[in-house]
Ligand binder design. Structure first.
Ligand code: TRP
Length: 382
C-alpha cells in the first residue's frame, strides 16, 4: 500500500516551538526518511475562516507566515507538497457528501469542538461552518488517501471522527472490485516524548497561545528568545541555589487555591536537549537525568539551567532563522511553491473524488452502462 502523509495548520499566527516539537520537527524527519510515497502539508485557510470569518486579513497575512515557517523548519518543496486548502475545491465537495454521514449529536460530543466552543464564546450562536469543521478535516485527510497524520494530541478526536466517517462511507457505498474500501483509515502519529505532546507556555500555563503572550516563535530573534527564557517559570520554592529544586509540585496561589505546576525550564529541556547538547554546552553532566538529579538535590541554580536552555534553543533555532532569512528575500518564489504544491494536491484529490462519486453512484455522465440500459428500457416503454 502507498504510504501518504497529510497534515496541516491553520494560518492564524506564526508557528511557535510548541508546533515545532508537537509536529513540525517530526514532519521534517518523516520527509527525510524517504519512507513515504507522497507528503502533503496543508495551510488550512478555509478552516481558519470557520472561526475568523470576520477577519479575512488575518488569515491572508498568515498564509505567508506559515509557509515561511514551514520552509525554514526544513520542509523541502522537492519532497513535500505544501498547498492551500481553499484552492482545492474538491475538499469542499467531499465535505458536503460526508455531512450526511455524521450526526449533529456526534459533532456536539467532539471534545475538541467542545473546548473550542467554550473558549471562543461565539456571540449570537455557533457558526455552522465552525461546527462542521471536523467533517471538513475528515475530507482533508481522506481526499489524499493519507495513511499517516502527524499532529499534536489535541487533534486526536478529529482523527477518531475521520475514521468513523471512513468506515461509514465504505460500509454504505461499498468496496472497490478488489475488496478494498474506496477510502482509507488514517493512523495518527503523535510525538513519542511526553513533553512534546503539549509544550506549556513560558509562564507555565498549560498551552502556548498568542493571546496569553507566552509563546516562543520560530521567528523570534536571539534577543527576544533570551528575554523569554530568562523570564520563564521555574520552581517557585527554589529561592537559594543550595535549596533542593523541584521539577513539579503544588503551590497555593493568592486566592488560596492549590495549583499544580511543572518546572517549565525542565519541560523544555525534556523536549529539546540531547546528550550532544550537554557535551557542547554543559559538560558537567552527561545527560538530562544527571542534571535533574543535581537540581533536585540542591546546588544547581535556575540561572545556569536557563543559560543552558537558551544555548540549546539557539542551536535548534539558528538554522531555522537562517533559512527564514533566505526565503523572506524570495516571497514571490514562495507563492510559486504553494501554487505548484496546490496543483499536485488537486490532481490527486480529483482522482479520489472521481472514485467517491462513482461509489456514491453520482457519476451519471461517466456511466455508459446506465445510459444504455435506460435508453433501452424507455424505448421499450417499460
Ligand atoms: N485542525 C488543525 C489545527 O488546528 C489543522 C488541520 C486542518 C489539519 N486540517 C487538517 C491537521 C488535517 C491535520 C490534518 O491546526
Amino acid at each position: 500500500m502507498e504510504k501518504v502523509i497529510l497534515t496541516g495548520d491553520r494560518p492564524t499566527g506564526k508557528l511557535h516551538i510548541g508546533h515545532y516539537v508537537g509536529s513540525l520537527r517530526r514532519r521534517v524527519e518523516l520527509q527525510n526518511s524517504g519512507e513515504y510515497d507522497q507528503i502533503f502539508v496543508m495551510i488550512a485557510d478555509a478552516q481558519a475562516l470557520t472561526d475568523n470569518f470576520d477577519n479575512p486579513e488575518k488569515v491572508r497575512q498568515n498564509i505567508i507566515e506559515v509557509a515561511l515557517d514551514y520552509l525554514s523548519a526544513g520542509l523541502d518543496p522537492e519532497k513535500t507538497n505544501i498547498f492551500i486548502q481553499s484552492a482545492v475545491p474538491e475538499l469542499t465537495e467531499l465535505t458536503f457528501y460526508y455531512m450526511n454521514l455524521v450526526t449533529v449529536q456526534r459533532l456536539q460530543r467532539n471534545p475538541t469542538v467542545k473546548t473550542e466552543l467554550e473558549m471562543r464564546k461565539f456571540e449570537g450562536g455557533t457558526p455552522t461552518g465552525f461546527f462542521c469543521y471536523p467533517i471538513s478535516q475528515a475530507a482533508d485527510i481522506t481526499l489524499f488517501k493519507a495513511t499517516t497524520v502527524p499532529v499534536g494530541e489535541d487533534q486526536k478526536p478529529m482523527l477518531e471522527q475521520t475514521n468513523e466517517i471512513v468506515r461509514r462511507f465504505n460500509n454504505i457505498y461499498g468496496k472497490k472490485a478488489n475488496g478494498e474500501g474506496v477510502l482509507i483509515e488514517p493512523k495518527i502519529l503523535l510525538p513519542d516524548n511526553a513533553a512534546c505532546l503539549r509544550l506549556p507556555g513560558t509562564d507555565g500555563k498549560a498551552k502556548m497561545s498568542k493571546s496569553l503572550g507566552n509563546c516562543i516563535y520560530l521567528s523570534d530573534t536571539p534577543k527576544e528568545l533570551k528575554k523569554k527564557v530568562n523570564s520563564m517559570f521555574t520552581d517557585p520554592l527554589h529561592l537559594n541555589i543550595e535549596d533542593p529544586g523541584h521539577l513539579e509540585g503544588t503551590y497555593t496561589d493568592n486566592d488560596g487555591n492549590e495549583v499544580h505546576y511543572q518546572n517549565t525550564v525542565f519541560v523544555y529541556l525534556d523536549a529539546f536537549a540531547t546528550d550532544d547538547d550537554f557535551a557542547q554546552f554543559l559538560p558537567d553532566y552527561k545527560n538530562l537525568d544527571e542534571m535533574k538529579a543535581h537540581y533536585q538535590k540542591g546546588g544547581l541554580g535556575d540561572g545556569t539551567c536557563k543559560k543552558f536552555l537558551l544555548n540549546v534553543l539557539n542551536a535548534r533555532l539558528e538554522p531555522i532563522r537562517e533559512r527564514r532569512h533566505y526565503w523572506e528575500q524570495r516571497i514571490p518564489e514562495v507563492y510559486e511553491i504553494l501554487k505548484k504544491g496546490t496543483e499536485v494536491a488537486r490532481s490527486r484529490g480529483q482522482k479520489t473524488l472521481e472514485e467517491v462519486k462513482a461509489a456514491m453512484q453520482i457519476n451519471y455522465f461517466d456511466d455508459k452502462e446506465l445510459i444504455a440500459e435506460q435508453a433501452k428500457r424507455f424505448k421499450e416503454g417499460k
